[in-house]
Design a protein around this ligand. Structure first.
Ligand SMILES: C[S@@+](CC[C@H](N)C(=O)[O-])C[C@H]1O[C@@H](n2cnc3c(N)ncnc32)[C@H](O)[C@@H]1O
Length: 274
């Protein structure tokens, strides 16, 4: 049976991004028995990393896609049996949890403002954030993470800049309203009443020789980010991109012995006042 495309995407991109997620999770210094909510948990890979790092916590993962929840349950089966986590199909626009429930509300790559047709939960983040604050304990923390930048096409900086500067590649990171750009998350957190707002960026190096899963993740990222740019750049420039990202080509960039690239995730945190 064919895999749901979202699952395939989260498997490969999640595997390559794991070092950033681990660093981000580690930097949160959670106390024993902390209660964590993973909003838009995808296939549950970050929930697993949380429990591996903090075995005493309890984590609830929610996502709107049933296939993701089923996958997350399988992946974390042993932790579900130990009562360390649960996964539920839920819309983040309707966080039906009691007030002051969680020590940490975490949402990675889930709060892109934009049209639900494009997979975004809402046109603006404030209503969801208001609910996240409501269900966070006083003194508890909210952590919002976004994929924030990339340099993947080593030796082809101009081509990468051309590809990046397209509506397709900027996608959810671009918006006519500057306040809705993800880098304005500190403002969203401040306007939602949070204090001690911080931003921290975590880089992931992708370097040859790569494992197959790393290669698959890097390949997925290049196509996920740039595939639709085909219609916005000159044909001859697109041909160059195709040649260096064709796995059967001698020029396949990820097979080059000295290949290295990187991408970043940025985590924005804020504390709910006591
Ligand atoms: C880019 S994925 C990120 C998944 C995961 N947080 C990660 O970083 O691997 C975005 C996730 O948001 C979920 N999602 C989209 N709209 C949602 C909504 N309204 N409520 C809950 N989850 C939603 C999607 O199903 C998808 O799993």
């Amino acid at each position: 049976m064919n895999k749901h495309p979202l699952i395939e995407a989260l498997e490969s991109s999640g595997a390559v991004a794991e070092p950033a997620f681990k660093e981000a999770i580690n930097s949160l210094h959670l106390k024993n028995n902390a209660k964590v909510l993973d909003v838009a948990c995808g296939i549950g890979t970050q929930a697993k990393l949380f429990i591996e790092r903090y075995p005493q916590i309890h984590i609830t993962g929610i996502d709107i896609v049933d296939e993701c929840i089923q996958y997350a349950k399988k992946l974390n089966n042993s932790y579900i049996e130990k009562d360390s986590c649960i996964f539920e199909k839920k819309d983040m626009n309707n966080l039906k949890f009691a007030d002051n429930t969680f020590d940490l509300v975490w949402c990675c790559n889930g709060l892109w403002p934009g049209s639900p047709e494009n997979g975004c939960p809402a046109e603006e983040p404030y209503k969801i954030l208001e609910d996240m604050v409501r269900i966070t304990k006083p003194g508890g923390q909210i952590a919002i993470l976004f994929f924030s930048s990339q340099h993947l096409l080593q030796g082809y900086s101009k081509l990468e800049a051309e590809l990046t500067n397209t509506n397709a590649a900027l996608g959810p990171t671009d918006t006519k309203k500057s306040e809705l750009h993800f880098m304005k998350t500190p403002l969203w957190l401040k306007n939602s009443g949070l204090a001690n707002i911080k931003a921290k960026t975590f880089a992931v190096d992708i370097q040859a020789p790569m494992s197959e899963i790393q290669k698959a993740g890097a390949h997925f990222l290049m196509y996920h980010l740039y595939a639709q740019a085909e219609y916005e750049i000159p044909k001859n420039r697109w041909e160059v991109f195709k040649k260096i990202t064709d796995i059967n080509s001698k020029k396949y960039i990820l097979n080059q012995e000295e290949y290295s690239g990187f991408f970043t995730y940025t985590m924005y945190t804020g504390i709910k006042n006591k």
